[in-house]
Design a protein. Sequence first.
Length: 110
Amino acid sequence: IKEEKEAQDKIRAEKARQEQFQREEQDRKEKEARRLEQEGLDAEQREKDRIENERVLQQQAEEAKRIQRQKQAEMEAKKEREKEERLRKEREKKEAEKKKREEAIARKKR
């Protein structure tokens, strides 16, 4: 009876070891599956981040170009205004000189 009990104890102990091994193996497989899934999610997030960064950089480049074009247009408009102002002053100066000459001629005639 004692030997039979020892044999049953050995069988139970072996069965318990087998069950423990299976639980550990299942846990390991689940952990690996979670790790792989997380890596996939991480890779997916990195790709989304990369795409978003490219979009932001593109947007910034377009904004910089727009600002550069605007500044260029402002500079050209300023140059044009300065040119018109210079021409106006030259015309006024010539008109004043012409008027002075005409007045001088008119004085001489008197």
